[in-house]
Design a binder for this molecule. Structure first.
Ligand SMILES: Nc1ncnc2c1ncn2[C@@H]1O[C@H](COP(=O)(O)OP(=O)(O)OP(=O)(O)O)[C@@H](O)[C@H]1O
Ligand SMILES: [Mg+2]
Length: 266
């Protein structure tokens, strides 16, 4: 595996077919997901939206291979998912960076999965992604010296560094202030256009979903089901404050309230 191959754009098709998942909890059985069918095309950016408890994270975990469906099948480029794999990287709300490693070594950590690269090639890759997220000057910084937005950029660089085909993001920007989030929406769209990943992005914020997604998939809870899928045809790069985006977000919010009577963040 050469450095050149390693830095090539890679992407994949993701198919979820008839997926069901239940949990047994102290309060009885919870049908977290019921008969979920979804196709995500190569290089597509798909957002999953819905109120708390509708199964968004459950679906992401199943795609990541961290848990198994009770029924149905998930496949990546026709190959069934049977566990975690380097073709899929997850980025959680809690950035889960290692505080004892500096910025550069946090990004290098993800590259341990690449035994075929030499150490100097891994360093090249880490530099490439730190540069991509605009943190090349902070390579030697400690994690505690960084702002929340900078930490999420490090987490993004670490998730991208192994060059996954699919990036799974769960409420990734949820803990950030509005201004930092707005900036990261722009950066994420640019990075996605440059690196051509397939992205599955979970959020409870419809405006965020409309800003980022090619499609927005609405879930309803108990049992978690897909109620509607919206195509978002707004031109990119999208600005979260664009009036057309605001209008579309309001329309989707109204649909969601009508369909499931839920309190959702617009
Ligand atoms: N490990 C588990 N054990 C028991 N119940 C679970 C487990 N994981 C999820 N659930 C239940 O499954 C349902 C879906 O949970 P999930 O975390 O997928 O929702 P979510 O859409 O991600 O919600 P949020 O927006 O609050 O993150 C919830 O009712 C939750 O309580
Ligand atoms: Mg969740």
């Amino acid at each position: 595996m050469s450095l050149h191959t390693e830095l090539q754009n890679v992407t994949a098709k993701l198919v979820v077919e008839g997926v069901c998942k239940s949990f047994n909890s102290a309060n009885g059985r919870v049908d977290a997901l019921q008969d979920i069918n979804l196709r995500v095309n190569e290089g597509e950016f798909v957002c999953l939206v819905g109120p708390s408890g509708c199964g968004k994270s459950t679906l992401l975990n199943l795609v990541a291979g961290l848990d198994k469906p009770d029924k149905g099948i998930i496949s990546v480029d026709e190959a069934p998912v049977s566990g975690p794999g380097r073709d899929r990287m997850v980025m959680f709300q809690e950035h889960a960076l290692f505080p004892w490693l500096n910025v550069f070594d946090n990004v290098m950590f993800g590259l341990k999965l690449k035994p075929n690269l030499t150490d100097s090639e891994r360093r090249e890759v880490a530099k490439f992604y730190l540069n991509l997220v605009g943190l090349d000057k902070f390579a030697k910084s400690s994690i505690h010296e960084l702002s929340g937005g900078m930490r999420q950029r490090v987490a993004l660089a670490r998730s991208l560094a192994p060059n996954p085909r699919i990036l799974l993001m769960d409420e990734t920007f949820g803990a950030l202030d509005a201004l930092t989030r707005e900036q990261l929406y722009g950066e994420l769209q640019q990075i996605w256009q440059k690196r051509k990943k397939t992205i599955l992005f979970v959020t409870h914020n419809i405006r965020e979903a409309v800003c980022l997604g090619d499609r927005v998939v609405l879930f309803s809870p108990h049992p978690g089901k897909i109620v509607q899928i919206f195509d978002i045809d707004l031109p990119r790069l999208r600005d979260i404050n664009d009036p057309a985006l605001t209008a579309l977000s309001s329309e989707i919010t109204a649909t969601l309230k009508h369909q499931i009577g839920a309190n959702v963040a617009e």
